[in-house]
Design a protein around this ligand. Structure first.
Ligand code: URP
Ligand code: ZN
Ligand code: ZN
Length: 473
């Protein structure tokens, strides 16, 4: 058949954040055209039998680092490799970061990231700007980005002094303006200066192995910064979003603030649900794989994260996909993690996860009875789309929404190996693990881009999605 004019997904089980029913879904002109029963179509329409499959909205991953410069390292996934991997994992929209350097403006950062992404992206994308420096001109440019560039979220760091850390007054100024304009400030909440002191003291005491990464980033310092961020947002009368929440020390402040009616939102990441700090109980250099920030926490923290996911104290599960190679790699990104084999502070922080998010959460969340199917969709697609101004174009199956659709087989299973994945990273934290559920087909704006193991997408077919205001209330 030549390129079909439309695709009819026949008889699948449509799952949204609120609904669960068997229907036919017609994808036409890039959007979901019709949802109904026994839809009649002509011979030029491709018909896909989805009996027994879930019809899910394409995943929305609002925390990925592709081609990001983080200190002296660059993440090993390009826009091309990272978005292809996202697609195979059932994610059709990613939000990456545009880093404002010491000398440039947020607008230059956006333009630079877009120039690089344009010819490479295989799924739709947007950008948060990492704001490292705030003055009147920066605030002017931030306002311009929000109203004219479709960039409505900004990330700030309370960690990494001298690299990306912003002071409290800068964070407050951003919260006040961005909040008033209907956007979102996302915060990396850890007390950076105290953590840096702990790192220096550990190194001076000869503690150089990767496990000291976790010991020098205690949960209480995540909690302290989270509390500080909440108070700044409260004063600014602005919503705030905490990235990669890992501990109950942080969570308890979020829970209290939400109960007080402060618009606080937060994500956690699959690795905090899949693993705990027992992986650090060794001096083996292989532990560098688990060096991400914040570090993995206790099994008790994990229980609190699951509870918060169920009861909406956490609203999003994003990957914080921040891949650095252990040994091999592409494009010269060799041995990135090994840079810190004799000094844990030199290990680039981050782990891969963009391709395994949906299936790993389906397995440990839905199949283990911790999340309903609706909640799974809400956490991985609908709420991230709402919080970051992408909804209802993205994040749901509804007439008029983009035809970003995943056909997911709940009865299949797969064993994860790094060499089967599609990103550039030479390891996965899930190596050898068998997961229930499998992404069978992925449509991006109606085009079939993943068909089982077959890649039908193209670098450059993804589009920049201008975003609107936060829809959180
Ligand atoms: O370890 C991580 N998460 N690295 C990426 C930078 C960040 O903090 O998000
Ligand atoms: Zn962070
Ligand atoms: Zn991150």
């Amino acid at each position: 058949m030549s390129t079909p004019v439309a695709t009819l997904i026949r008889n699948g089980r449509v799952i949204t954040a609120s609904d669960d029913y068997v229907a036919d879904v017609l994808l036409q002109n890039g959007v979901i055209h019709t949802i109904g029963q026994s839809i009649e179509v002509g011979p030029d329409v491709r018909v896909v039998d989805a009996t027994g499959l879930y019809v899910l909205p394409g995943g929305v991953d609002t925390h990925v680092h592709l081609e990001n410069v983080i200190g002296p390292s660059v993440t090993c996934d390009t826009f091309a490799s990272g978005t292809k991997a996202a697609a195979f994992g059932g994610t059709t929209t990613v939000v990456d970061f545009a880093l404002q350097t010491a000398t440039d403006s947020p607008l230059q950062a956006i333009a630079r990231a877009q120039r690089s992404a344009e010819s490479q992206v295989a799924v739709d994308y947007s950008l948060h700007v990492i704001v490292t420096r705030v003055d009147a001109q920066v605030l002017h440019d931030v306002r311009h980005a929000m109203h004219h560039e479709g960039v409505t979220s900004f990330k700030m760091f309370m960690a990494y002094p001298g690299i990306m850390m912003a002071d409290d007054a800068s964070i407050f100024r951003m919260l006040r303006q961005v909040g008033a304009d209907g956007g979102m400030v996302a915060l990396h909440a850890e007390n950076g200066t105290v953590i840096d002191l702990l790192i220096q003291e550990a190194l001076e005491a000869g503690h150089t192995s990767p496990r000291y990464h976790a010991l020098t980033r205690p949960a209480i310092m995540e909690g302290e910064a989270t509390h500080r961020g909440i108070r700044l947002a409260e004063l600014a009368q602005a919503p705030i979003y905490f990235v990669h929440v890992s501990s109950n020390e942080a969570l308890k402040h979020i829970v209290t603030a939400r109960a007080e009616g402060i618009p606080v939102f937060a994500e956690t990441c699959p690795h905090y649900l899949l693993f705990d700090d027992s992986v650090y109980h060794s001096d083996d250099v292989e532990i560098a794989k688990y060096v991400m920030t914040p570090p993995l926490r206790t099994s008790q923290d994990q229980k609190h994260l699951w509870r918060a996911l169920r009861y909406d104290d956490l609203q999003v599960i994003a990957t914080d996909h921040c891949p650095f190679c252990m040994k091999e790699g592409h494009l010269g990104y060799r041995m990135q993690k090994m840079r810190g084999k004799d000094d844990f502070s030199q290990i680039p922080n981050g782990a891969p996860g963009i391709e395994t998010r949906m299936v790993s959460l389906f397995d440990i969340g839905v199949m283990q009875g911790k999340l309903s199917l609706n909640r799974f969709v809400e956490l991985t697609a609908t709420t991230p789309a709402k919080l970051f101004g992408l909804f209802p174009k993205k994040g749901t199956i509804a007439v008029g929404s983009d035809a970003d659709v995943v056909l997911f087989d709940p009865a299949a299973s797969q064993t994860i190996h790094a060499h089967h994945l599609h990103g550039n990273c030479d390891y996965t934290l899930l190596e050898g693990r068998t997961l229930r559920g499998r992404v069978e087909k992925v449509f991006l704006r109606g085009e079939l881009i993943v068909d089982g193991p077959q890649w039908l997408g193209r670098a450059g077919m993804g589009r920049f999605v201008p975003r609107g205001q936060v829809r959180a209330f």
